[in-house]
Write a protein that binds this ligand. Structure first.
Ligand SMILES: *[C@@H]1O[C@H](CO)[C@@H](O)[C@H](O)[C@H]1NC(C)=O
Ligand SMILES: *[C@@H]1O[C@H](CO)[C@@H](O)[C@H](O)[C@H]1NC(C)=O
Ligand SMILES: *[C@@H]1O[C@H](CO)[C@@H](O)[C@H](O)[C@H]1NC(C)=O
Ligand SMILES: *[C@@H]1O[C@H](CO)[C@@H](O)[C@H](O)[C@H]1NC(C)=O
Ligand SMILES: *[C@@H]1O[C@H](CO)[C@@H](O)[C@H](O)[C@H]1NC(C)=O
Length: 301
């Protein structure tokens, strides 16, 4: 019975967890590389092409820009959406031409880049570099790019007004999974020397996240699912604990009852006293007094 109950709880939890399907941020990068490259219908170098995303990712914007690596290093690229590529950005390993893929995660920001304790004041923007030799390639791995002179800057177009009393910070999500915080410059700009994903955030002061605080609808859905999982686990755990307790009490009581019976049996066999039932208990009865009172006569006639 206990086992069946446990199984039900487990199955319930697994079912909830499985309904929370979705890509990891890195799988999304790979998918968006594919969709950004498809924007090169008539590829030209030095022109920004906006791409389309599948309907299940509506709200995300992608773009692709092909550059000769020598040109990128010597001249930079003044304005690629919000990104400013300065002189001196080099890639590794060396390729003749590269594609810079741009992401704007829009309302999917908190779904792919959850950051507990912080509120996003801008969407997450990404800049990733790929080998441009094969524009129909999928599942490409990123090149490393590095700003050897001035840093790359990201001038966010609109920064939500900062919540009371908290200061703004730039956050960068590196491809290796690390998260780095930095200061905001000129009110809306973040600086970086490497590729990755970037946003401006504010620390949440209140312990409870404000309703709609930075969360896109997806983020909220995911959070409520997580809350469900936690609630389910807690209730399930409590139920199991109660069951175990009841079982323990039952076992103990059984054992005590057995011991009592054994003692009773021993008593019945070991003591030759005749027993009689008084109600539900047995009690020894003396049929006759064994030591007869013995009158000590003090009067000796
Ligand atoms: C969206 O659909 C594409 C196919 O059109 C699929 O490859 C991708 O995994 C889907 N993305 C999500 C987040 O479900
Ligand atoms: C870039 O792609 C081309 C063609 O697929 C390949 O020959 C070349 O080795 C790649 N370069 C790097 C650095 O991966
Ligand atoms: C993509 O490449 C990685 C290694 O770079 C590999 O593990 C993965 O299976 C590939 N995925 C697909 C769909 O080809
Ligand atoms: C910020 O805090 C001050 C005082 O603590 C309060 O008067 C003001 O209404 C707050 N503003 C917002 C937007 O919460
Ligand atoms: C983002 O908005 C689009 C509509 O503009 C919607 O289809 C999509 O589901 C939203 N994304 C999330 C994560 O809610």
């Amino acid at each position: 019975m206990l086992l069946a109950y446990l199984c039900i709880i487990l199955c319930f939890t697994v079912a909830i967890a499985q309904s929370d399907q979705g890509l990891s941020a890195r799988e999304l990068d790979s998918l968006l590389q594919d969709y950004a490259f498809r924007a090169f219908v008539r590829p030209r170098t030095g022109i920004v092409f906006d791409g389309n995303v599948p309907s299940n990712l509506t709200g995300i914007r992608v773009a692709a820009l092909r550059l000769r690596s020598g040109s990128m290093r010597r001249r930079g690229f003044l304005s690629y959406k919000e990104f400013h590529i300065p002189v001196g950005v080099i890639e590794q390993p060396y390729v003749i031409r590269l594609v810079l893929v741009y992401h704007d995660l829009g309302n999917w920001t908190t779904s792919y880049y959850p950051l507990p304790g912080y509120r996003f004041l801008t969407p997450v923007l990404g800049l990733l570099a790929y080998n441009a030799s094969d524009l129909s390639a999928t599942n490409l791995s990123e090149l490393n790019i590095r700003a050897s002179g001035e840093p790359i800057s990201i001038g966010f177009a609109a920064v939500e007004s900062e919540p009371n009393g908290s200061s703004l910070m730039c956050v960068s999500f590196r491809l290796d999974g690390s998260v780095v915080f930095d200061n905001v410059v000129r009110g809306n700009t973040c600086l970086t020397t490497v590729q990755g994903h970037f946003a401006i955030v504010a620390q949440v002061v209140a312990p409870a996240p404000a309703p709609g605080g930075g969360g896109g609808p997806g983020g909220r859905k995911r959070r409520s699912r997580r809350a469900w999982i936690i609630a389910g686990s807690v209730i399930g755990g409590a139920a199991v604990a109660v069951l175990l307790f009841v079982l323990l009490v039952y076992v103990l009581r059984c054992r005590r009852r057995k011991k009592m019976r054994r003692m009773e049996e021993a008593a019945e066999m070991g003591v030759p006293l005749p027993m009689t039932s008084v109600g539900y208990t047995k009690a020894p009865v003396a049929l006759e007094t064994r030591t007869r009172p013995f009158l000590e006569n003090e009067f000796v006639p």
